[in-house]
Design a protein around this ligand. Structure first.
Ligand code: AMP
Length: 425
């Protein structure tokens, strides 16, 4: 039988430079998140379908990898991490003092139509900030994003922000059930405004102009937004929520977080958002590279207490696409060297290789004969190694190695007794 070599549609085999790049941006995220006091959470890849079915929203529900396992459970590959974090929080961390701050890095799965920057298995890095209702928690998310992108060299991104609380408070006032609210928000997310307004009409036809006005608000200027909404007939809660959003916008501007702007016509497909939401967009990229927001009721939906919470997920594959479009390459982990040994003395070879690795070099051992030496050398040069280290008959006798710097084309014979980085040619 001949097996097809292509991975399943939407799946990818990743090799360098993509695999290196992905590992680099994942580690850089872990580094920044832990500097902000977030702790690593590692969650199962497979969860019960119900966990996501409750509050993920129609978009994600449609695109989930769902199947029945051998025990007859309806399970799915996680399409995102927040629901899993909420579940694990309830099981393991409920009694901890608040806030609880967690970060994750790993693959998520969505059965979507593959295209540039859209895969069926993709990598996300994100945080969840649980137990803090204050504006600081939302702002900290933006600060973390600022420092993370700065650390990987991404500067031209925009933060698009809105709030679900304005719409939800109006919809609640108009007697709309939560599922209908979720559906309208889904339509707004998909830019199907006619469908959204049709549903609004069923509950409050006179509210349509107000919703249309709100959806049209789009500006980076707090004062302009203030004057646009000041004439609208908002309820006190929506006025408060817009004030809160403008405060976040002002802080984001002062704290140099991307290029922030408010777009009240933007919504996020995940149905659990209750307040502030945002997306990270890159000019000309045609997709968002991250998104998040406040989800104050998700934990209670799963049977827990009312727990204020906010968080985000960044798409690492898309970040890499953007970075590599700018000519970025992941920094090399180690200078690369080949240890070329002419004697099959594996104990000695291991001793020398270990010493070199101890200096921080990556060491590729080549045991060869004098006759094949030229082939080995040209192979090594072709791979772009920085050093060739020779261990031939003379070196073995002298207890030394000959190190050739392939970039500078210099060479030195060094005693194995005192092999230091500073001695390398
Ligand atoms: P979401 O919660 O859907 O906004 O996803 C958060 C981030 O994950 C997005 O901003 C993307 O960067 C990334 N993402 C979502 N779906 C995919 C996908 N199918 N392929 C690659 N990246 C994705």
């Amino acid at each position: 039988m001949r097996l097809p070599l292509e991975p399943i549609r939407g799946m990818r085999d990743l090799i360098p430079p993509e695999s290196d790049g992905l590992e680099y941006v994942g580690n850089a995220f872990a580094d920044v998140a832990s500097r902000y006091g977030y702790e690593l959470i590692i969650l199962p890849t497979i969860e019960l379908f119900d966990l996501f079915a409750i509050k993920s929203g129609p978009e994600i529900k449609r695109s989930m990898y769902v199947f029945t396992d051998k025990g007859g459970r309806q399970v799915c590959l996680r399409p995102e991490f927040t629901a899993g974090v909420a579940r694990a929080y309830l099981r393991l961390m409920r009694d901890r003092p608040k806030p609880v701050k967690l970060f994750y890095v790993g693959p998520a799965f969505r059965y979507e139509e593959p295209q540039a920057g859209r895969y069926r298995e993709f990598f996300q890095a994100g945080v969840e900030f649980l137990g803090d209702p204050s504006i600081y928690a939302d702002v900290e998310l933006l600060l973390l994003i600022r420092d993370y992108y700065r650390s990987v060299g991404l500067s031209d991104y925009k933060i698009k922000m809105s709030t679900m609380a304005v719409y939800r408070s109006l919809f609640r006032e108009w007697g709309m059930p939560e599922e209908t609210q979720d559906l309208i928000i889904h339509y707004i997310d998909k830019k199907q405004l006619d469908d959204a307004l049709k549903l609004v009409r069923q509950y409050n036809p006179s509210g349509i102009p107000l919703i249309e006005e709100l959806l049209d608000v789009n500006s980076p200027e707090p004062d302009e937004i203030r004057s646009r909404v000041s004439g609208l007939e908002l309820n006190p809660e929506s006025v408060k929520e817009i004030g809160r959003l403008l405060r976040i916008l002002e802080l984001a501007r002062n704290l140099n977080v991307g290029d922030p702007y408010v777009d009240l016509g933007f919504a996020r497909g995940l149905a659990y958002y209750t307040g502030f939401i945002f997306e990270v967009v890159v000019p000309d990229a045609g997709f968002s590279i991250g998104g998040g927001g406040r989800y104050d009721r998700l934990v209670s939906v799963y049977g827990g207490e009312d727990l204020p919470a906010t968080g985000f997920a960044l798409g690492l594959d898309r970040l890499l696409l953007v970075l590599s479009g700018k000519g970025w390459n992941p920094p090399k982990r180690h200078a690369r060297s080949a240890l070329i040994a002419l004697a099959e003395d594996y104990v000695l070879i291991d001793d020398v290789a270990s010493k070199l690795r101890g200096l921080g070099l990556s060491v590729d051992v080549r045991v060869t004969s004098r006759k094949k030496l030229d082939d080995v050398l040209s192979d090594i040069a072709g791979r772009g190694y920085e050093y060739a280290v020779f261990l031939g008959g003379r070196e073995v006798k002298e207890g030394a190695v000959t190190v050739k710097n392939l970039v500078r084309r210099t060479q030195k014979t060094l005693s194995l007794e005192r092999l230091g980085l500073e001695d390398l040619p």
